[in-house]
Design a protein around this ligand. Structure first.
Ligand SMILES: CC(C)(COP(=O)(O)OP(=O)(O)OC[C@H]1O[C@@H](n2cnc3c(N)ncnc32)[C@H](O)[C@@H]1OP(=O)(O)O)[C@@H](O)C(=O)NCCC(=O)NCCS
Length: 160
């Protein structure tokens, strides 16, 4: 992902996550803080310039950021790669692309020395994440933060 992609990334986000809107500055900040964790998927044939994207960054395990919040800086002692968002346009789904993008991120994270990846699964995506090796963690201390992601949100972790 490059800065020039951000408008197209936001266009994908508007289609895929109408219930979880995030400001442009949130995407721009993640890209600035950790470009190595941000990828776009080119659309083979438009309606949109991009078919999807993934945004991730190093973070502290067990402490997911609230939805639509700025990080400021990456923490010292980051020990997990937090998968902020993986979003594919409907036409790009159900052909293994999502799984392949997760595999790519996991390989990069493992190579960089991280022991886990973590995320907040929204909507009905927890099944997909379970099949990518993520386990749901029930931690009452996270309840308030997870509420910003909707009632079905689950905090999930994958060992690398
Ligand atoms: C979640 C998401 C990224 C998954 O991406 P995807 O590319 O559809 O995922 P995959 O194709 O790898 O897997 C989806 C299904 O396609 C099936 N599939 C994989 N390869 C296939 C193929 N070649 N032919 C047919 N089906 C296939 C898989 O079995 C899988 O089914 P399952 O989920 O019942 O196991 C995508 O659905 C999405 O963007 N959803 C909206 C945004 C969202 O919820 N993001 C997560 C935020 S936490």
């Amino acid at each position: 992902m490059a800065e020039a992609d951000l408008a197209a990334v936001l266009a994908v986000a508007a289609v895929v996550h109408p219930d979880f809107p995030e400001d442009a500055c949130v995407f721009a900040e993640r890209l600035r803080l950790w470009p190595a964790g941000c990828f776009v998927l080119a659309a083979a044939d438009a309606p949109t310039p991009l078919a999807g994207y993934v945004v991730s960054h190093p973070w502290r395990a067990g402490s997911p950021p609230a939805l639509n919040s700025l990080l400021g800086t990456l923490p010292d002692g980051a020990d997990t790669v937090y998968l902020h968002d993986l979003a594919l346009m409907p036409a790009a789904r159900q052909n293994g692309t999502g799984a392949a993008m997760v595999d790519t991120l996991a390989r990069h994270a493992g190579d960089a020395g991280f022991k886990t990846m973590s995320l907040v699964a929204v909507g009905n995506s927890a099944g997909f994440w379970g099949r990518q090796g993520f386990l749901a963690i029930d931690d009452p201390a996270l309840a308030e933060k997870l509420a910003s992601y909707g009632a079905a949100a689950r905090f999930m972790v994958r060992m690398l």
